[in-house]
Design a protein around this ligand. Structure first.
Ligand SMILES: CC(C)(COP(=O)(O)OP(=O)(O)OC[C@H]1O[C@@H](n2cnc3c(N)ncnc32)[C@H](O)[C@@H]1OP(=O)(O)O)[C@@H](O)C(=O)NCCC(=O)NCCS
Length: 278
């Protein structure tokens, strides 16, 4: 028996709505992901639909990078309201509001048919490798990123991602527990970091000029204990690295895009900041 369908508008959520977002996420067997939600509230636009019981019936986040592309994430609908159009309504609202030429996201099997109906196309797969890293040999090629490195980090990120993610890059030194760069004269050859999602370390972003630098950065930044690397299948060398260091595949999502293709160079985007942000 269905509960009455929420009939209110899609509204912009504020940080005060975070506990309700987390209750919805936990009810769908997602984690609380406090750090990630807070970062998304600071760099993105969070939307929701109120349920009649004072809870949220659904959420979606769009993080626009200028007018080029917006990363869509946290598409969640309360189980009691599933398959009644709320997910599609939230998505259409977020996409119209962002008004960007394109959109990107990674889809669970639950979400993929919904996105396909909205015109998203699959462009690849991303597998989350998890476990404790074994046989680690630190490469010592990187140094902690200083304030003076951030202009180079921004420049390399824009070149590789294909859109200006200035606000996201500005937030990285706070969001990431570790952020390191491989310097090359006045420029950098790459940057990488990790952040903590609940009790798990997520390694990313890693963006580098070449695979050797990327792998050396990963080896420099992974801390002891359980880690997670979300690896795009475009990077078999990273999959080999993960497997040979004791990590195991946990789950796979589909990488999807909508509208204008990104003009960057995904071959140099080794690990995303987060699946939610690209
Ligand atoms: C994925 C998710 C957001 C979908 O939300 P939703 O509100 O059920 O989405 P919609 O109702 O718009 O669409 C879902 C399906 O219901 C169908 N539908 C929509 N309105 C309907 C109606 N009135 N009657 C019958 N079916 C309907 C749609 O056609 C769609 O079918 P399809 O998936 O076979 O193409 C929700 O299942 C969810 O939160 N899942 C867990 C978290 C998750 O995996 N999120 C996706 C992250 S990428």
């Amino acid at each position: 028996m269905h509960s009455p369908l929420p009939d209110g508008p899609v509204r912009s959520l504020e940080i005060d709505d975070l506990p309700a977002c987390q209750r919805l996420a936990e009810a769908r067997d997602w984690g609380r992901e406090d750090r990630k939600w807070r970062f998304l509230f600071s760099v993105g636009d969070v939307y929701g639909i109120d349920d009649r019981n004072g809870e949220l019936a659904g959420t979606v986040v769009s993080t626009p990078y200028g007018k080029d592309v917006a990363a869509i994430s946290m598409v969640l609908v309360a189980e009691r309201h599933e398959r009644r159009g709320l997910g599609s309504r939230l998505m259409r609202h977020a996409m119209e509001d962002a008004g960007t030429a394109g959109f990107c996201l990674t889809a669970t099997d639950y979400g993929r048919p919904l996105y396909e109906r909205l015109g998203f196309r699959s462009v690849g797969l991303c597998t989350s490798y998890q476990g404790e890293v074994e046989n680690l040999v630190r490469q010592g090629v990187s140094v902690p990123a200083g304030a003076s490195d951030m202009a180079s980090v921004h420049a390399l990120d824009t070149q590789v991602f294909g859109a200006d993610r200035a606000q996201l890059i500005d937030g990285l030194p706070t969001f990431c527990e570790t952020l390191r760069v491989v310097r090359d004269g006045p420029e950098i050859r790459g940057f990488g970091g990790f952040w903590r999602n609940d009790d798990q370390v997520v390694v990313g972003p890693v963006i580098a000029q070449d695979t050797e630098t990327a792998l050396a950065l990963v080896a420099d930044i992974v801390p002891p204990g359980p880690v997670r690397l979300d690896i795009d299948h475009r990077h078999p060398e990273l999959i080999t690295w993960a497997e040979s260091h004791g990590l195991r595949p946990s789950f796979t999502t589909t990488v999807m895009e909508h509208g204008a293709p990104l003009t960057g160079d995904p071959s140099r985007l080794y690990l995303p900041v987060a699946q939610a942000l690209g």
